[in-house]
Design a protein around this ligand. Structure first.
Ligand code: HEC
Length: 181
């Protein structure tokens, strides 16, 4: 190998090195990991429901279990988030939403004369009842459970909060339904 050839060889190696670097850099641009715009928890705010921080979805302990440790007095406090749209007293009128007396175990779209969304009205006509489990799903994410619902509430993401409020709703009746065993 004469000097000229060694030079060519070195040049080729050097060229390949630059090329590898260029490819590496380009790849790191193309494949740069995407960072979420806002790390941490999303904050869902909707309608007059006020700010409800969406906590990480609680592991799915069934509502029957959560009701055992729920507290109706805590639920009554949490009902402040509902009270802008719902009255809890027997015989009280509708606000943005229907009166909630007797809703637990009652038919869906239970208030006579209230203008429900068609999604909710159809469930009522189909004979569906507000079981504890359905209330739990509805209050987690109203729009996911009843597509097109008129209830502009982001939902209670915390399973214990939902159990508290459902236990309170149960007390809004002349004869509250039995709790699940
Ligand atoms: C921004 C107003 C608003 C807020 C806040 C709100 N709701 Fe509602 N809610 C409605 C409306 C409107 C409907 C009727 C939904 C439909 O027709 O699709 C409804 C329906 C319901 C129903 C079904 C009633 C029936 O007759 O079938 C329940 C149960 C209920 N809400 C509970 C709650 C609870 C509990 C809270 C608080 C955690 C709450 N809502 C917060 C507006 C609201």
């Amino acid at each position: 190998m004469d000097f000229y050839e060694v030079n060519k060889f070195a040049g080729a190696l050097f060229g390949a090195g630059i090329w590898a670097m260029a490819v590496g850099m380009a790849a790191s641009f193309v494949f740069a990991p995407e960072m979420p715009a806002k790390p941490g928890f999303a904050v869902a705010v909707e309608g007059a429901g006020g700010a409800e921080t969406a906590k990480a979805a609680a592991p799915a302990t069934p509502i029957e279990e959560r009701l055992k440790t729920a507290d109706a007095a805590r639920g009554q406090k949490d009902f402040a988030k509902c009270a802008s749209c719902h009255t809890p007293e027997k015989g009280a009128g509708a606000k943005v939403g229907p009166n909630l007396w007797g809703v637990v175990a009652g038919p869906k779209a239970h208030m006579e004369g209230f203008k429900y969304s068609s999604g909710m009205a159809e469930r009522g006509k189909a004979g569906e009842k507000w079981t504890f489990a359905d209330l739990d799903k509805f209050l987690t994410d109203p729009k996911a459970f009843v597509p097109g619902t008129a209830m502009g509430f982001a939902g209670f993401k915390d399973g214990a909060d939902r159990a508290d409020v459902i236990l309170y709703l149960r007390s809004l009746a002349d004869a509250p339904v039995a709790l699940p065993n």
